[in-house]
Every structure is written in structure tokens, then in C-alpha cells.
Unconditional design. Structure first.
Length: 265
């Protein structure tokens, strides 16, 4: 009897600790950072400037532009989120959601890497066009990657330095990067977009699994701005597997994203 009661108390205490951890992570994010839907021209300019800084100047993935704004053909049918640093009012990162709707509009993966998908059931044309998107152009400027774990080049596009990160160290996760991924997820969920694709480094996919974001690898790793592979995730997988700590964070980000989208409809 005593052992049974003790086990119940221990279980309740562990649940309480997990709840405290979950709410603490979300509060930590919202204290310092907030998502911004880039639905105005001046905000989109901020998006393109950050992308130029990271993809052209820092990483050299794209050529330098005279106007210092990195854009491409997919921006004509894309949506964006920024993360704003509350203390400085500066933008700490951006991510793009490519949402093709019309004939001839392709995901970047479809145009450049379709050959890398080896599972037919996960090709974009397997799904209704209005239910697909691609997450791309995640960028975090160097001056917002001050911690030692964030200084390596991969952190610019959301990767984690695995030598300083373990599953138990959730508080050490780069909050800007996860905030951007959850902001993109919020944009998609709000619009009923069910299926998302992304070309990413396998180590980033492994990092995402620590948080319960379980992308499915749908093809081999290829050379595409470094070693990258095609991945797929849908709304059901995300909401089912996301770690409780980050479900709270997603919920709070969704509230902000939904509010901003309603204000601009």
C-alpha cells in the first residue's frame, strides 16, 4: 500500500515538473522574442535583407545583390515570419513558407531536387495543391548567435551543434530557430495546409527529433548547398509527436500568428 502511494506521488511530482518545464520554456521565449507575420512591404524588405546577410554575405550560397536583398522566383507565392527581439526591437531571424496555388507554380524542391525523392507516396503532386508547402530560407543573423553553441556556421540555418546539446538540455536549444520553425507551422496550420516539405541537413533533422518534430526522410542525401536530403511532415505527425514543452510554445506562437493574420484579412 505504501509503495503504491509513493509511486503515485512520484508520478504526480514528475508530471508537475514536466508541466513547469513546459510553461517555463514558452515563457522564456515570449519574454525575449515574438513572432511577426511579414504581411507588409516594409516587413518583407526586412526578410530579404536578413536572407542577403546570411545566404549571400555569410554563407556564400547566393551571389551578392546590389540592393542587398536576396529574393527569387518563389517569393511571388510565399509567406514569411520574422522573429523580433523585444528588447532591441531588431529582427532576429526569418523563415519562408512557399505556398504554390496556380498552374506552373512549383515548390523549390520540385524544381531543383525532385529527383532526390525516392518514395512516390511523398511526392508533392501526390497531395492536393492547396494543402502543400515548403519551409525554406530559414536565416538567423550572426549577431543573434552569441552563445558558443550557436557560433558555428550551421546555426545560421537552424542547425544545432550536437557536441554541446543533449536531449535532456532542452533549455539550451536555440530559441530563435525553433521559434521560426513553429511560426512556419502556425502559418500552415492556420490555413489548413497539411503537408510540408523541406530540404535540410540530416543533422538538423536529428536535432528536430529531440523536440518531437519527426520529419520523415523521403530520399537520399545529395549535394544542394551542402549535404541535404528531402524531408516530409504533416500536421498530424507534428501535433502528435511534438514534445509537451514545445506544444506550449507552439500554442502561444499560434495565438500571435492567428491574431496578426486576422488583422490583415
Amino acid at each position: 500500500m505504501f509503495k503504491s502511494t509513493s509511486a503515485k506521488i512520484s508520478k504526480l511530482w514528475q508530471s508537475y515538473q514536466r508541466l513547469r518545464e513546459a510553461t517555463a520554456i514558452s515563457k522564456h521565449f515570449s519574454t525575449f522574442l515574438t513572432p511577426v507575420v511579414a504581411n507588409a512591404e516594409e516587413l518583407r524588405s526586412e526578410v530579404y535583407k536578413i536572407r542577403h546577410n546570411v545566404y549571400c554575405e555569410e554563407l556564400g550560397f547566393e551571389p551578392l545583390r546590389p540592393d542587398q536583398m536576396e529574393t527569387d522566383e518563389f517569393d511571388a507565392f510565399s509567406q514569411y515570419c520574422l522573429i523580433r527581439h523585444i528588447g532591441s526591437d531588431a529582427y532576429a531571424g526569418t523563415v519562408r513558407l512557399v505556398t504554390p496555388r496556380e498552374e506552373g507554380q512549383l515548390l523549390p524542391l520540385e524544381k531543383y531536387c525532385l529527383h532526390s525523392i525516392s518514395h512516390d507516396e511523398f511526392t508533392p503532386n501526390h497531395f492536393d495543391r492547396h494543402e502543400i508547402c515548403e519551409i525554406s530560407r530559414l536565416a538567423v543573423p550572426a549577431h543573434f548567435r552569441r552563445r558558443a553553441m550557436d557560433r558555428f556556421a550551421g546555426a545560421a540555418t537552424g542547425a544545432i551543434n550536437e557536441s554541446t546539446y543533449s536531449e535532456a538540455e532542452l533549455r539550451c536549444f536555440p530559441f530563435i530557430a525553433i521559434g521560426l520553425y513553429l511560426s512556419a507551422a502556425s502559418l500552415a496550420l492556420t490555413q489548413g495546409i497539411q503537408h510540408a516539405f523541406v530540404m535540410m541537413e540530416p543533422r538538423l533533422a536529428r536535432s528536430m527529433r529531440f523536440l518531437g518534430i519527426k520529419y520523415i526522410k523521403i530520399g537520399p542525401t545529395i549535394e544542394y548547398h551542402g549535404q541535404r536530403a528531402p524531408y516530409y511532415i504533416n500536421a498530424e505527425i507534428l501535433l502528435r509527436d511534438l514534445a509537451p514543452s514545445f506544444k506550449y510554445m507552439l500554442r502561444d506562437i499560434q495565438v500571435q500568428v492567428n491574431k496578426q493574420m486576422k488583422e490583415n484579412t
